[in-house]
Design a protein around this ligand. Sequence first.
Ligand code: ADP
Ligand code: ASP
Ligand code: MG
Length: 403
Amino acid sequence: MSIIVQKYGGTSVADVEHIKSVAQRLCDTQDRGNQVVAVISAMGNSTDRLLRMAHEISADPPERELDMLFSTGERISVALLAMAISELGHEAISLSGAQAGIHTTTSHTRARITDIDSRRLSETLDSGKIVLVAGFQGISPDEDITTLGRGGSDTTAVALAGALRADECEIYTDVEGVFSADPNLVPGAVKLDAVSYEEMLEMAASGAEVLMLRSVEYAQRYGIPLRVRSSFSDDPGTLVKEEDEKMEKAVVSAITHTENESKLTLLRVPDKPGIAATVFGALADAEVNVDMIIQNVSEQGTTDISFTVVQDELPAAQQALDRICDELGTAYIIGEQMGKVSIVGAGMKSYPGVAARMFRALADHDINIEMISTSSIKVSCVIERAQVEKAVRVLHEAFSLEE
Ligand code: ADP
Ligand code: ASP
Ligand code: MG
């Protein structure tokens, strides 16, 4: 008997009718002779709604309480789904992350899974029940409820698939798979039949939110193939797996983007050893994730350091810089409304001139590049947020990605 883990995102369980159709899908999967585990997200945008309410009460809500609050969203979904499955004459049991044996670090709102005790899951599967696990949550060593960061139900699903040595891990969402650009932004975007882990990691890291980055890291580490597909159709979707010879290595497979970057520039810092260590040490202590970094040395013995952070982390970054700027004898400026556009493709490694083509296409459309970073299979440009959507369409066309 095969073990199948399926994950359903918020739009797939947005209301009672959707929950009933997910219930039907799960019963059908079991009827085909499989043991079924389903990881479920909170209904629709309910996590956003919970966060808004918390912020109506407090500008800086305690993170432990945020986790208690967030975790309720996915528990509502699993409980309702269990009832819907029972109405269809099948047996199901809903479990919170803690009940499912998901142990995490104590970092509230961004915890990492440390261990999964899958005994209860296995026993319940063997008893013939469909197991429904509330996504994106676990329990810390202090026995507090934790959550795994936005989009974290993907990670729950992949981690459970690994722990149970599942035969398949399917991620059901509101689009038919992984596309050459966000299909909600670029109508001509094409669905990719297969994507390597390496490409998917770069895509997820540069803004393709269809899979949470950490879920892809997990899948690659444990060699779990993922199928991303729509809960509204029977299309086979996109298979994310280890690269093989048969896979077409497109020079550029996809254009990704983010619209929530802020840029900080430290002006005229002394050009001497230890400055970058001080600046980024202070940011690390404040748990700020820095994305792109650029440092220019001038002839006058000072240097400007620019870097980007996600906008949510801007206040924490500013606080950290305020503490060290006096000591360094420097000041900083902020570009709040920034975004990033990237091209990703495994074939780029052995193909010169790809970056130049990207820069030319942006220049031809009057889009100014403020920062650039590259990896062997990705080129990213930080640009003004207002120009991101246009840039994505321009690059999609420039690299002939449409059908
Ligand atoms: P879920 O609630 O199912 O987890 P998400 O909203 O997290 O769904 O992810 C699906 C969304 O990801 C799509 O609706 C789409 O707008 C967005 N997306 C961004 N880039 C891509 C891409 N390259 N391919 C597919 N979807 C993408
Ligand atoms: N409900 C959570 C979120 O909106 C987790 C998830 O859907 O994956 O981020
Ligand atoms: Mg998601």
